[in-house]
Design a protein. Structure first.
Length: 395
């Protein structure tokens, strides 16, 4: 990367610091649940228009696509941010705490959105010499796994089709760091129903025994062990986690037990299904699998090259390549974009223990060290600029 361009990106990012903090706090104070992100989307559209990007919105006004066309020909790089908040109380004692009762940005989507706006601002300042196109996708409803499909149906990856796509997610790692998975970054998710239809006396006999047999396959029991965010390797040996959502119930002569299956890849989903089928083969049970979310699998070559670029920007000790997902609990609809273009999602460290900020998502006390805003903006602006300048290698 040219030293002159690097310095300009760094300087431009530093100049945005106050605006980034104000923008993030505005979004944080006015959280919107999945499918209701009208205010947030309007804020995003307004800022992108001010920066000179071409802006389009989804028909329901909850999603935004911004396109920055450089002055020179080159590849198209997409960058995705999600905007929805969670239905949970906000317990932080900050001037910018949520003003909406029972709704909170507890997963860092306020950070994701702000960083994407920062990237737009930095790269827009280089438009006159920028090769290629940057497509910024601001999607609703990640938490309900419906937003990515809405954006895809709205043409997010059409005209032009991106050569690569990137995203960031907050992480409980120290602020100043970025991690990247070489393969699976988020587990896939499917729902499994095991049902048995029989006479009442048969259900009373077979149901509890079948439930006990199935529970032996499970990693987490409803009344017992819980997976923690600190456990990085649970389930990775066999590639799946089987988690019951109840011990079994009988309705209208049908005994049913439901499970969540989390898996690292499609082959692992098949192994989980085979294990359950084997356990139930003598009981005439019927199995029904409902797909929800595929795994998010980073393109390995993109992950490696990106990590090298980010190491130049942040320093080698602050960039890590990961072999396993950070948590087996997480799933992400960024997977749907990766079905159309190679790319990667990165983990942006937001924790600062000295400030009492753990960065643990989906908790009422979730907060971030706001230094992560300039770090994320600078890192992603450099990364996108790198691929615009160097082009995208073929597989």
């Amino acid at each position: 990367m040219k030293t002159e361009v690097r310095e300009r990106i760094n300087q431009r990012t530093s100049a945005l610091q106050e605006w980034l903090v104000e923008t993030r706090r505005d979004i944080y104070m006015h959280p919107e649940l999945s499918g209701k992100e009208v205010r947030t989307a309007a804020l995003v559209a307004r800022e992108l228009t001010r920066l000179g990007l071409a802006v389009a919105m989804t028909p329901d006004k909850t999603g935004v696509i911004g396109v920055l066309t450089g002055a020179k020909p080159g590849p198209t790089i997409a960058y995705r941010a999600d905007m929805d908040a969670l239905p949970m109380p906000d317990s932080i004692d900050r001037p910018y705490r949520s003003r909406v009762e029972g709704v909170k940005h507890g997963c860092g989507h306020d950070v994701h959105t702000t960083v994407a706006l920062g990237v737009a601002a930095v790269l827009a300042s280089l438009k006159s010499e920028l090769p290629g196109t940057v497509k910024l996708i601001f999607q609703p409803a990640e938490e309900t796994a419906t937003g990515a499909r809405l954006m895809l149906e709205s043409g997010a990856l059409h005209a032009p089709q991106p050569d690569l796509i990137f995203a960031l997610h907050t992480s409980p790692a120290p602020v100043g760091t970025i991690d990247c998975n070489l393969g699976t970054a988020f587990w896939g998710l499917k729902l499994l129903s095991v049902s048995l239809e029989a006479a009442r006396d048969e259900l009373a006999q077979f149901g509890p025994a079948l439930a006990e047999k199935l529970l032996r396959l499970c990693d987490v029991l409803p009344d017992g062990v819980q997976i923690t965010e600190q456990d990085l390797t649970l389930g990775t040996e066999r590639g799946f986690l089987l988690m019951p959502t109840g011990y079994g119930s009988v309705t209208n002569g049908v005994w049913e037990m439901r499970f969540i299956i989390k898996a690292l890849d499609e082959q692992s989903f098949e192994r989980a299904l085979t294990a359950v089928a084997t356990a139930t083969k003598d009981n005439r049970a019927e199995l029904q699998l409902s797909p929800m979310l595929p795994p998010v699998v980073n393109t390995e070559r993109v992950a490696r090259e990106s990590a090298a670029v980010l190491s130049e920007v942040l320093g080698e000790r602050n960039v890590n390549l990961l072999e396993h997902p950070i948590s087996p609990l997480g799933s992400e609809d960024f997977a749907f974009y990766l079905e159309h273009a190679p790319g990667a999602i990165f983990w942006l460290g937001v924790a600062n223990r000295s400030k009492g900020i753990s960065g643990a998502i989906h908790t009422p006390g979730f907060d971030v060290d706001e230094d992560c805003l300039t770090i994320g903006t600078r890192a992603m602006a450099h990364l996108i600029h790198h691929y615009l300048e160097e082009g995208v290698k073929a597989d």
